[in-house]
Structures are given as structure tokens and as C-alpha cells.
Design a protein around this ligand. Structure first.
Ligand code: NAI
Length: 251
């Protein structure tokens, strides 16, 4: 599981360990495996280390690591870091009797994206995605890179989940898409009143407001539990009604 040192990943690791599961955490620091998922070398190190520690068999894989900067780091970590980790660990899932996998999307995945970045992500062309992303930053569209990374991730999920490698090996693959969650990632959004107002307009959460990380972790816990035998390819919004507010009833 990635992103276990903070926020949602830390909350999920805590829930799983409390119920007796063994969790191998991956993060930049304060983890069982310290690796940088923004680079191919870091991803390879993470996959190789986890495969060694689990003996080649994993019941579940969850990708929680992510960043929300207005730079191409979002593309490297949120898309390529997640998909490379899942693809690298997939054989160990396929070796388990009842495997499950999940990733974290975002309500931002429904916001305007940079089409060239999304396309290059889905084509597996990291440097091309980053070059297109750098051009977006230069023309002042850096804020569209986070939505681009999450939109591409949701599309990747729906493409691969039904393939022989995933569904054919009995591996459900889903995403939880939060609204605003109270973690170190969202802290800067509360830094000043203007920023907070803009965030509330962009992500309206009529049901119970901002979420604690444990709320999102609980949804992930179900998605990777043995109870989930048939849900796959879904982006489950755990967002206080934000997606329903923004998209309305006609979807
Ligand atoms: P967080 O900042 O508390 O935790 C993210 C974790 O990912 C940190 O421990 C960080 O060290 C790790 N990480 C970042 N870059 C990494 C890298 N290159 N290699 C390895 N680990 C790395 O953030 P939070 O809120 O827990 O975010 C978790 C996921 O939830 C992310 O994918 C984020 O995009 C998503 N999300 C968060 C929302 C929020 O409001 N907090 C809203 C919607 C989605």
C-alpha cells in the first residue's frame, strides 16, 4: 500500500492493522519501503521490495500516494506512480485466492483536464505527458494537471479492469474519489479565506462538509475486503454530495 505515512493512506493502514491485516507501507519516508514513486527507479525499487517482503503473494494493493501541486509532478506520481505500482504488483495479486485492488481518484477528475496530457498518460508515454504538462504550466494551466492525472487514472482503471489480467484473474479494481478531505494535502487550501471560498465553490459538499481521512479509508477498506466479489471499474464518490451537486441528476 502506498502513501501510508500521511492522511488517507495512514488512516487506512491503521484500520487494516487494527483488524489484524499485515500491511506493507510504501512512502517517501516513515514506511516499510521508502521509495520515490515519481521516478521509474523508485517504482521499480518499491515493486521489487514489496514482492520480496510478501513472498510473491498479495491479498490487496491500494495506491494512496499522491500530490496536488500545479506541476508535472502530479502526472508522474498520481498517474504513472500509481499505474506502475499496480501493474508491477499485479502478478502477486493474481497469485492470491481472493485479491482486490483500489486507487484514489478525486472529484477533481471531473474538472477540465489537458487532453494531450490525458492521452499521453493512457498511451503510457510519461515523458510526452510531462512535456505536454510543462507546456500547460507555461500557458498558466498548471492547475489543470491534477484533474488531468485523476481523470487519466479513472479512464485507465475502466480500460484495464475488464481485461484477462485483472477481471480474468479475479481482481476487482476500483477507485474512491473524495471531495475535500482534512489531511496535510488540503491544509494549504485553508490558509486564507479567499482560497477557502474558491474551494467551497469548486467542491460543494452539502452532506456533512469536509471529510476526515478515516471516512475515505472505510470505503477503501470495503472495496479491498473479501465482501467485494463483483464491484469493479467503479469510481465511488465519497465527497459529501459534491459530484451529484456539480453534475446534477442527468448523468
Ligand atoms: P497526504 O499528503 O496526507 O498523503 C499523501 C502521501 O503520499 C504522503 O505520505 C506522501 O509522502 C506520499 N507521497 C507523495 N509523493 C510521493 C512519492 N513521490 N513517492 C511516494 N510517496 C509519495 O494526502 P492525502 O490527502 O492523504 O492524499 C491521498 C490521496 O487522496 C492522493 O492521491 C490525493 O490526490 C487523494 N485526494 C485527496 C484529497 C484531499 O482533500 N486531501 C481529495 C481528493 C483526493
Amino acid at each position: 500500500m502506498s502513501g501510508t505515512a500521511s492522511g488517507i493512506g495512514k488512516a487506512l493502514a491503521g484500520l487494516l492493522r487494527a483488524q489484524g491485516d499485515e500491511v506493507i507501507g510504501i512512502d517517501l519516508k516513515d514506511a516499510d519501503v521508502c521509495a520515490d514513486l515519481s521516478t521509474p527507479e523508485g517504482r521499480a525499487l518499491a515493486v521489487e521490495s514489496v514482492l520480496g517482503m510478501c513472498g510473491g503473494v498479495l491479498d490487496g494493493v491500494v495506491a494512496c500516494a499522491g500530490v496536488s501541486t500545479f506541476t508535472t509532478l502530479t502526472v508522474r506520481v498520481n498517474y504513472f506512480g500509481v499505474t506502475a505500482m499496480l501493474e508491477g504488483l499485479r502478478p502477486a495479486l493474481a497469485a492470491a485466492p481472493a485479491p482486490r485492488a483500489a486507487v484514489i481518484g478525486s472529484i477533481s477528475g471531473t474538472k477540465p483536464a489537458v487532453p494531450e496530457v490525458v492521452r499521453a498518460c493512457l498511451d503510457g508515454l510519461e515523458e510526452e505527458a510531462v512535456e505536454s504538462g510543462e507546456r500547460a504550466v507555461e500557458r498558466g494551466d498548471g492547475r489543470m494537471l491534477y484533474p488531468s492525472s485523476k481523470s487519466a487514472l479513472a479512464q485507465w482503471l475502466r480500460r484495464v479492469c475488464v481485461t484477462p489480467e485483472w477481471a480474468g484473474c479475479g481482481i476487482p479494481l476500483n477507485a474512491v474519489a473524495p471531495g475535500v478531505v482534512l489531511t496535510p494535502m488540503s491544509d494549504p487550501l485553508f490558509a486564507d479565506e479567499e482560497m477557502r471560498k474558491a474551494m467551497d465553490a469548486a467542491v460543494p459538499m452539502p452532506l456533512n462538509g469536509y471529510a476526515e481521512p478515516e471516512v475515505v479509508a472505510e470505503a477503501l477498506r470495503w472495496l479491498i475486503s473479501p465482501a467485494n466479489s463483483h464491484m469493479s471499474g467503479q469510481v465511488v464518490y465519497v465527497d459529501g454530495g459534491a459530484e451529484a451537486t456539480l453534475r446534477g441528476p442527468d448523468v
